[in-house]
Ligand binder design. Sequence first.
Ligand code: PGA
Length: 247
Amino acid sequence: MIIAANWKAYVESATKAKALFASAKRMAARPGVEIILAPPAPLLGLLVADNKSKVPFASQDISDTTGGAATGETTAALLSGMGVQYTILGHSERRAMGETDAVVASKVGHALAHGLMPIVCIGERERDAEAHYLHGIRTQIAAVYAPLSPKERMSIVIAYEPIWAIGKDASEAIMPHDLQEMVLYIRKVLTDYLPGRASEATKILYGGSVEPGNARELAGGSDISGFLVGHASVDVTTFAALVKAVS
Ligand code: PGA
């Protein structure tokens, strides 16, 4: 199980970041789990610079530019050169700030060109009885996959994060059988872009109110490869309990 800790902007001090990192290193020693840490950019730089552990790091975003005169931007090349391995792209909180499918697709291209593995977030704002939301999921997947080469398509991790379930508590997360249905649907859409049974090899994470109390049930009831965890990843005790619950 992959457990990707999306610290968002919750962590605002080096002291707290170091404590969470120390704990993550201990938890990563448990069999059957891979922990990925996604701190805010300055803390990412701090931690990755002297990372002697096997814990990989992710950026929470990358720039859509390739560098040069672009004030305030952080490029894939820079992050990759620093030792960052993954990048979260198309998170709903970035999309809410105006990031379109086209921008997400462009960033995925930059990430892959520089050896960063994209964790691409997709998810519906709400569900409707006629299941029109499935069309939106298909559109998000198509935007990212269509421009890529067959090899690049195999290097993407999908994070299914229904927006209605983000930042709540375990009682409002998705039900395991609904998650399983969505994972099947995503794999079906992926068969449009991947040959043979390759879609079965794509890692699909779930995110949205994953907590110690529901992680095991969600993992057991569906064919997911792990979780993208927000609020439950920024408290040492809660995160350790979550990792224990799935390992
Ligand atoms: P949450 O966030 O775990 O706080 O719901 C998940 C995410 O947005 O990645």
